[in-house]
Design a binder for this molecule. Structure first.
Ligand SMILES: Nc1nc2c(ncn2[C@@H]2O[C@H](COP(=O)(O)OP(=O)(O)OP(=O)(O)O)[C@@H](O)[C@H]2O)c(=O)[nH]1
Ligand SMILES: [Mg+2]
Length: 389
């Protein structure tokens, strides 16, 4: 599947590629299902994150072009860490880039019904920004949805606030991204947004260039470093909490409050385990990504081998068929010899060497000067035959 050369596939290929990203539960999968007018992707209905991999929705035709949409998990996934999600998304983006596939647009879904923009939403968009870099920002469309859950005025007020938030959408909007609004929960409303993206010129994302062109490790990419920064902050927070818990446990011991001391001790151990998990995750981040790549390479190598074997088998079969049909036609020729007049060359003709031109004296009907002349047929008066020697 992957080719080492990333020959830029011509966009006149007629295909429009769009990745849909955003926080967990923001409505990415439903947005794609609406665009495709299908129910191909699973939509979440509880507090747990739903989409866990990068999924391609069934392609559909729009204005004479084929649209392919990719669903992604949110960085704030409830079951997976940010670095795990980054690996999943980066892996797909890297492989698309290696195949010369470039995105026409990246949709970032945000619920207009969210009353506040919390730290998680900001962190999610922060990693997304690093993933895109600067160049591809002009292909980023921030889509607000769930307008049916707010009044028109409320929604419009929030749009203004979101667009002016320095640590959120403002920077991306200043650098070429646009905001669009899916105000109705209809196929048409979603397709209007897709149509706007179809005018875009595809552009690689920063993470694609970093991983492929610059051969960086995942943890050396801007998005990888952003994730590491966030993980480091979380680890620091755990360490701070653990220190506090240790002091409080010490205090409880002095006060002979065994129950509180035990509780604090248990809390501290829980945090210690979480911290250890994060440490391990960070230290194996790059290695795990390399393992993913190695697995893909092995699969591709396997596919390449079986394709080569199939091609060799095909040419062996063709050669066998060709020789079988040749011997068959020879058999047919020998069993059914050609009918009709024999070809000119097979006329029986005495070899010239056997003809003694001087055998008959001049004047004799068989003499040299009469050779090849018309001779009367004996017993058939008036009939002649031409004689050759
Ligand atoms: N009213 C309304 N509800 C929506 C809209 N989009 C999504 N929802 C609801 O939001 C919930 C989550 O939707 P999903 O499409 O699964 O969200 P997601 O972003 O794919 O979530 P993850 O896969 O967990 O990251 C579902 O209950 C949807 O029905 C929308 O445009 N309007
Ligand atoms: Mg989903």
């Amino acid at each position: 599947m992957t080719t080492t050369q990333h020959d830029q596939r011509d966009t006149a290929d007629n295909e429009i590629l769009i990745a849909v990203m955003g926080g967990t539960g923001s409505g990415k999968s439903l947005f794609i299902n609406r665009a495709c007018d299908s129910e191909a992707l699973k939509v979440g209905h509880d507090v747990q994150s739903c989409t866990e991999t990068v999924d391609e929705a069934p392609p559909f035709e729009l204005d004479g072009r084929t649209v392919r949409l990719f669903d992604t998990p949110g960085f704030d996934d409830s079951n997976k860490s940010e670095s795990e999600i980054l690996r999943i998304i980066a892996f797909e983006l890297e492989n698309q880039f290696r195949q010369g596939v470039h995105l026409h647009g990246i949709i970032y879904v945000h619920r207009i019904s969210d009353v506040r923009v919390g730290g998680l939403a900001k962190a999610n968009f922060g990693i997304f920004r690093k993933l895109c870099g600067e160049k591809s920002l002009r292909n980023v469309i921030i889509v607000t949805n769930m307008w049916t859950k707010v009044t028109k005025e409320e929604g419009e007020r929030r749009v203004e606030q979101l667009a002016s938030m320095e640590d959120f959408f403002k920077d991306a909007l200043d650098k070429g991204s646009v905001m669009m609004h899916q105000k109705r929960d209809t196929v048409e409303s979603v397709r209007e947004i897709v149509k706007a993206i179809m005018k875009n010129h595809p552009s690689p994302l920063a993470i694609q260039e970093e991983l492929v062109t610059e051969s960086k490790d995942i943890n050396q990419t801007s998005a990888g470093q952003e994730v590491d920064k966030r993980v480091a902050a979380v680890m620091e927070e755990y360490e701070r909490k653990m220190k506090e818990q240790l002091e409080a446990a010490e205090e409880a011991r002095r006060m002979a409050d065994e129950e509180t001391r035990k509780e604090l001790q248990e809390e501290r151990e829980k945090n210690e385990r979480k911290l250890e998990k994060l440490r391990e995750e960070t230290s194996t981040h790059a290695e795990q990504y390399r393992m993913l790549q190695a697995q893909l390479k092995a699969i591709e190598e396997e596919q390449r081998k079986s394709m080569a074997e199939a091609a060799a088998e095909r040419s062996r079969m063709e050669a066998r068929l060709a020789s079988a049909s040749q011997s068959q036609s020879e058999q047919v020729r020998s069993r059914f010899p050609r009918r009709g007049p024999p070809p000119q060359l097979s006329y029986p003709r005495p070899p010239r060497a056997l003809v003694n031109r001087n055998r008959f004296p001049p004047g004799h009907p068989m003499s040299a000067e009469n050779r090849g002349s018309w001779m009367p047929i004996p017993g058939r008066p008036g009939q002649y035959v031409r004689r050759y020697y």
